[in-house]
Design a protein around this ligand. Structure first.
Ligand SMILES: [Zn+2]
Length: 306
């Protein structure tokens, strides 16, 4: 934060009345820095949206909605700077830039979203109202017992109406939530990663909720990845694979995993504050974790989703 209050600085020395805006600014600045909260500093670094995207929304507003959802989920006092923008990178990417502190956490990272027009890469639907989900007709939650009790593993909006219903477009809000999830701990470059993962799994321990939960991770040719296993975990949590024509919200599993990795202890397990959909489907309880169902969509998305 280089200059939190520059608009009132020139008047301080010349005019005693300048003290009034200074005091006001100091009040807000002090109040903000004392509050215990996760602060995701959002720094837009530019780029243009792809000409192939649909929807009247924009990356900045959608990224704010995603960061706000994570800030509602994690209430620990921590600040992370996230640079974000458009670039021809195929899908979504996250790069850790700085980390530190006790417990160790990422303090700055960069998230990029694809803006090339290759039909085999992610093409976007840009929701003009990313805080609301009125374009979807169905919302469904799913649950699975991974050893620590029945935990929510998916909050998914589907059956969209309008232009998002046609074509192979992905919801940019869902991918922004996913990439911020990497910035909050799920990164191979994060020093906490190796300490909190063993044999391709994240073990949830007290004081986190659902202690005893064991989260299997996906693998690729290089070994264990920072994504949930696409078939052993059901229900499409944010940190699993993406699917076109749907929206994923943060699941309990997404939040608890990041809390375990980055030692957050003050979390809210349902940060959604608006559904506004016409139909809430009955919850789904999946079978134990060794049941596998694999679709072509999952295989394809593993390639583009980083
Ligand atoms: Zn990823």
């Amino acid at each position: 934060m280089k200059n939190p209050c520059s608009h009132c600085r020139p008047s301080i020395s010349r005019n005693p009345l300048g003290l009034i805006p200074l005091m006001i600014c100091l009040f807000f600045f002090t109040w903000g820095s004392d509050a215990s909260a996760l602060v995701i500093v959002r720094h837009f670094i530019g780029g243009s949206p792809p000409t192939t995207s649909i929807g009247e929304g924009n990356l900045i507003e959608i990224f704010h909605a995603a960061a706000d959802q994570w800030e509602r989920a994690i209430l620990d006092d921590h600040t992370v700077i996230v640079n974000f923008g458009w670039a021809p990178i195929g899908g979504g990417t996250h790069t850790l830039i700085h980390q530190g502190g006790i417990p160790n956490r990422e303090t700055e990272g960069t998230i990029l979203f694809n803006n090339d027009t290759n039909p085999h890469h992610f093409q976007w639907w840009l929701d003009p109202t990313p805080d609301h989900h009125e374009e979807f007709q169905t919302y469904q939650e799913s649950f699975q017992n991974l050893g620590g009790g029945r935990i929510n593993v998916g909050r998914v909006f589907s059956e969209p109406v309008g232009e998002f219903a046609s074509g192979n477009y992905h919801d940019l809000l869902s991918i922004a939530l996913h990439e911020i999830g990497h910035a909050l701990g799920k990164s191979l470059a994060n020093k906490s990663w190796g300490q909190e993962t063993t044999e391709g799994m994240i073990e949830v321990t007290a004081p986190q909720p659902y202690p005893g939960t064991v989260i299997p991770l996906a693998r690729n040719h290089a070994g264990v990845t920072t994504h949930f296993h696409p078939t052993k975990i059901h229900g499409r949590p944010i940190m699993s694979s993406a699917q076109s024509r749907t929206r994923q919200a943060l699941s309990e599993l997404d939040i608890v995993a990041n809390a375990q990795l980055s030692r957050f202890t003050n979390i809210t397990l349902n940060p959604l504050h608006s559904h506004r959909i016409s139909h809430q489907a009955a919850p789904v309880d999946f079978l134990p974790a060794n049941t596998t169902v694999r679709t072509d969509n999952e295989k394809r998305n593993e390639v583009a989703f980083q």
